[in-house]
Write a protein that binds this ligand. Structure first.
Ligand SMILES: C[S@@+](CC[C@H](N)C(=O)[O-])C[C@H]1O[C@@H](n2cnc3c(N)ncnc32)[C@H](O)[C@@H]1O
Length: 223
């Protein structure tokens, strides 16, 4: 039997972890720190209360539980491979549910964004493409670009390998996590990430603010 592309794609993964109450662990733990870092990235990127924000691969709302109180009511949307994980985050982590209609949580396995409004103008995919092969990033970025004509900025994170030769081996990232070319968590070449963004119609830059687990930030602006 072939290996699933990530632990998330292993049959029964979400059911087993959620039945043990592990919604925070599913997204990698480090709950407070990582939610805060994401908020800081977005504010530094110019996020304002009136933006219509899409959290791609939002998991258990580690960001959402901070962002929903900040944004104007109803301005947060979340997609994830697991609708059950989104709903668990909504039930257990979101303090004021009146600010987020539950139909803003959308299960979406292939970045089709069903039911997400075209009005989205800021988006983030934090620690999502770190768990997916490059081909998934290459497929997802054009969908984001065409589905959201008003998008001002997309932030996403990746793990990088310094060069082609290094990319062939397992790599220990600055925060200790070990990444791979052919299994999760994945590393990619910076040139491949930038090329995927450019091909999809974004001008993109890579930067290295402090991010948990040594992730690298890609800021993509539609052009
Ligand atoms: C490390 S977690 C990060 C979750 C969230 N962005 C955060 O920072 O808390 C990775 C998330 O990606 C989701 N995911 C994995 N593959 C996906 C796919 N193809 N489409 C959408 N979400 C996916 C997983 O369900 C999981 O919630």
């Amino acid at each position: 039997m072939s290996r699933p592309i990530s632990p998330y794609h292993k049959p029964g993964f979400y059911d087993a972890a959620l039945s043990k109450g592990r919604h925070r662990d599913i997204v990698g733990g480090r709950w407070e720190e990582t939610g805060l870092v994401q908020m800081q990235l977005l504010l530094a990127a110019g996020l304002e209360r009136q933006h219509s924000f899409l959290d791609i691969g939002a998991g258990a709302l580690r960001l959402g539980c901070r962002l929903v109180p900040y944004l104007d009511p109803g301005h947060y949307w979340a997609t994830d491979l697991s609708g059950a994980l989104l709903r668990r985050g909504y039930d257990l982590e979101l303090a004021d549910k009146s600010r987020l209609p539950d139909d803003h949580l959308i299960e979406d396995a292939d970045f089709a964004f069903p039911g997400v409004p075209a009005a989205i103008d800021m988006a983030m995919a934090f620690a999502v493409f770190t768990h997916l092969p490059l081909s998934h990033l290459q497929a997802a970025l054009p969908r984001v670009r065409t589905r959201f004509p008003h998008l001002q900025k997309l932030l996403f994170t990746v793990f990088l390998a310094p060069d082609y030769l290094a990319a062939q081996s397992a790599l220990r990232q600055p925060d200790g996590v070990v990444t791979h070319s052919d299994r999760a968590p994945y590393h990619h070449l910076g040139a491949d990430v930038l090329s995927a963004a450019q091909t999809a119609g974004f001008a993109a830059t890579l930067s290295d603010p402090y991010l948990p687990r040594g992730q690298i930030l890609c800021t993509a602006i539609p052009c």
